[in-house]
Design a protein around this ligand. Structure first.
Ligand code: 3EB
Length: 330
């Protein structure tokens, strides 16, 4: 149906579905992100070197709008807009002598300048893929170094560190050589949602690095007549501590409980009416079966989940799950 095709939406596609889907959304595609093995597709995806688990080589994440999309390709950004949101990405290679801290600060500073200049000032959701995320850099884990740079950019750009200007996010490792960030920014602010089981990440104690990570647990926004509930990367963390170290089953249970807790705060929590999509990141490929069984038991066949093999930002986390819950606004 034509009108259904032109909804604001998200799909995770296998390669065999991609051509038809992209053709039927011609002129309405905000962004395509490719995971796994590269293939030639138009429009060209942002590629991330993160293997897809479960028997597929490639998975595509496709964001579309109900409204016509225009491209604004400038200042090193590959960005699109539908007049309400701006979808953009930046990929910065780390050269010899540069730190990830500097790179993170640069990336965020450029994002802020770009979205402010185009008047889409509200970051709703940011996806970070960080090369060698758990390795050491000058005595600090690279993820922690990233956190310092992100924090500095928020401060330098006059953004307050509180619910009103912090996006939902996720931060995973990749085998790429570049720091890749993609994001959705909006003219209207979304509504930040916290998880009462967890301390806000921007209030984490400094034992997780000299500067706290800056993200909210979930973000709610109305886009193209639908409600979107963006669930940040969610893991087996209670308060601020990792729980169930070394036990993937218990980490999966705790993660799913955290997601359930967030979903209870979605503006309307009636999953039978909406759609759920997840990206499940596993540190160890051999944990696929056990985690998939738990995700399916929790959310049933109605949910779409893609399983990816990557490192997680804390070395004691075995999995992280991000999600989108979307439903018609009535
Ligand atoms: C956590 O809850 C797990 O640094 O942007 C999840 C989502 C995590 C986003 C980020 C990190 C980030 O702390 C890690």
């Amino acid at each position: 149906m034509e009108s259904k095709d032109k909804q604001f939406g998200l799909a995770y596609l296998d390669l065999s579905e991609a051509d038809d889907y992209l053709a039927s959304h011609d002129g309405h595609v905000l962004g395509v992100i490719g995971f796994g093995r590269h293939t030639s597709i138009a429009p060209a995806p942002i590629w991330l070197d993160i293997p897809v688990l479960g028997g597929r080589d490639t998975s595509l994440e496709v964001w579309t709008s109900d409204a016509p999309v225009t491209v604004c390709d400038q200042q090193g950004f590959n960005a699109t807009t539908d007049g309400n949101v701006l979808f953009g990405s930046i990929s910065l290679e780390q050269h010899a002598g540069e730190t990830l801290e500097t790179l993170a600060k640069q990336a965020y500073t450029r994002i802020f300048e770009f979205i402010d200049q185009h008047d889409y000032r509200n970051l709703l959701r940011v996806w970070h893929y960080i090369p060698q995320i758990n390795d050491d850099e000058n005595g600090l884990e690279r993820y922690r170094s990233f956190n310092v740079g992100r924090y500095e950019a928020f401060v330098a750009n006059g953004r307050s560190i509180g619910e009103e200007s912090v996006p939902a996010a996720s931060a995973l490792g990749s085998d790429s050589s570049s720091l890749t960030i993609y994001f959705m920014a909006s003219k209207q602010p979304g509504k930040a949602v916290d998880n009462p089981r967890q301390i806000s990440a921007y209030h984490y104690p400094h034992l997780f690095g000299p500067r706290s990570p800056i993200f909210v647990r979930a973000m709610s926004a109305k886009l193209g007549g639908q409600h979107f509930f963006f669930i940040s990367g969610t893991a087996s963390i209670v308060g601020y501590e990792t729980v169930h170290q070394g036990d993937v089953e218990k980490q999966a249970d705790e993660t799913l409980l955290n997601i359930r807790t967030l979903l209870e705060q979605a503006p309307r929590n009636n999953a039978t009416q909406g759609r759920m999509l997840f990206k499940v990141y596993l540190r160890h490929a051999h944990d696929l079966e056990v985690v998939r069984a738990k995700v399916q038991a929790e959310f049933g066949v109605a949910c779409k989940a893609v399983y990816l093999h990557s490192n997680i930002c804390r070395s004691d986390l075995l999995l992280e799950i991000e999600g989108v819950y979307l439903y018609d606004a009535q």
